[in-house]
Design a protein around this ligand. Structure first.
Ligand SMILES: Cc1cc2nc3c(=O)[nH]c(=O)nc-3n(C[C@H](O)[C@H](O)[C@H](O)COP(=O)(O)O)c2cc1C
Length: 181
C-alpha cells in the first residue's frame, strides 16, 4: 500500500482496465454485489480527504495522502444483492451469514484493484470506511449501500510508512501450515 503520490495524472484507459479487474472479482452465488464510485474530480477528492480528517493528519506531520491521489475508487456493497440471490430456488438460503460473503467479495475486488494498479505501473493504498464521516451524503450513496473503504491510485512518490507497518511480515511458518495445523 502506498500513501503518497505525485501530481502526474492517471490515464483514463488505465482506470478502465483497473475497473475491468474490479468487476471480474468473484462473488458469492455470482451475486455481483460489489459497487464502485470512481472519483477524479479534485474538489470531490478534497472533500473525501476532509471526510477522513486529512488536515488533522497533515498537522500531525503525515503526508497529504487522499487529496493528492489523482484517483479514488470507493468500494461499496449492496447486501440486498446477496439476500435476494440466496433466497432463489437454486440456493438453500441462509439466515445466519456467519461469514457475510459481501465483505469477502469486496476484499476480492480490493485485491483485484491493487493488482490492477500495479499492472498499470501505478501504486495504490486503502483507507477503511471506518475512517470517514458523512461519505454517504457527500457521494449521494443510497442508505442501503455499505461503504467498505476508499482505494487511492496514482504514481508513487516517496512514502512515509506508518510505524506500525515497519515490523515487516510474519515469518512464513506462523502463517502457513502444511498437511495439518
Ligand atoms: C481491510 C483493510 C483495512 C485497512 N485500513 C487501513 C486504514 O484505515 N489506514 C491505512 O493507512 N491503511 C489501511 N490498510 C492497509 C494496511 O494497514 C497495510 O498497509 C497493508 O495491509 C499492508 O500492505 P503493504 O505492506 O503493501 O503496505 C487496510 C488494509 C486492509 C486490507
Amino acid at each position: 500500500m502506498v500513501r503518497s503520490y505525485t501530481d502526474q495524472p492517471v490515464p483514463p484507459e488505465s482506470i478502465e482496465r483497473i475497473l475491468d479487474a474490479a468487476v471480474r472479482a468473484p462473488s458469492a452465488g455470482f451475486s455481483q454485489g460489489q459497487r464502485f464510485i470512481v472519483v477524479t474530480d479534485s474538489d470531490m477528492r478534497g472533500a473525501i480527504a476532509e471526510a477522513a480528517g486529512e488536515s488533522d493528519f497533515v498537522a500531525r506531520g503525515f503526508n497529504r495522502w487522499l487529496s493528492r491521489a489523482p484517483v479514488h475508487i470507493v468500494i461499496c456493497v449492496d447486501t440486498q444483492a446477496y439476500l435476494g440471490r440466496y433466497a432463489e430456488s437454486d440456493k438453500s438460503g441462509t439466515d445466519s451469514w456467519d461469514v457475510p460473503y459481501w465483505w469477502i467479495d469486496a476484499g476480492a475486488s480490493l485485491m483485484a484493484i491493487l493488482y490492477g494498479a500495479v499492472d498499470e505501473g501505478l501504486a495504490a493504498g486503502f483507507l477503511g470506511g471506518h475512517a470517514f464521516t458523512g461519505l454517504h451524503s457527500l457521494l449521494c450513496i443510497p442508505g442501503r449501500i455499505d461503504i467498505v473503504g476508499v482505494v487511492t491510485i496514482g504514481h508513487s512518490a516517496p512514502d512515509q510508512r506508518p510505524r506500525s507497518l515497519q515490523k515487516g511480515r510474519l515469518p512464513r511458518d506462523e502463517t502457513v501450515h502444511h498437511d495439518h495445523w
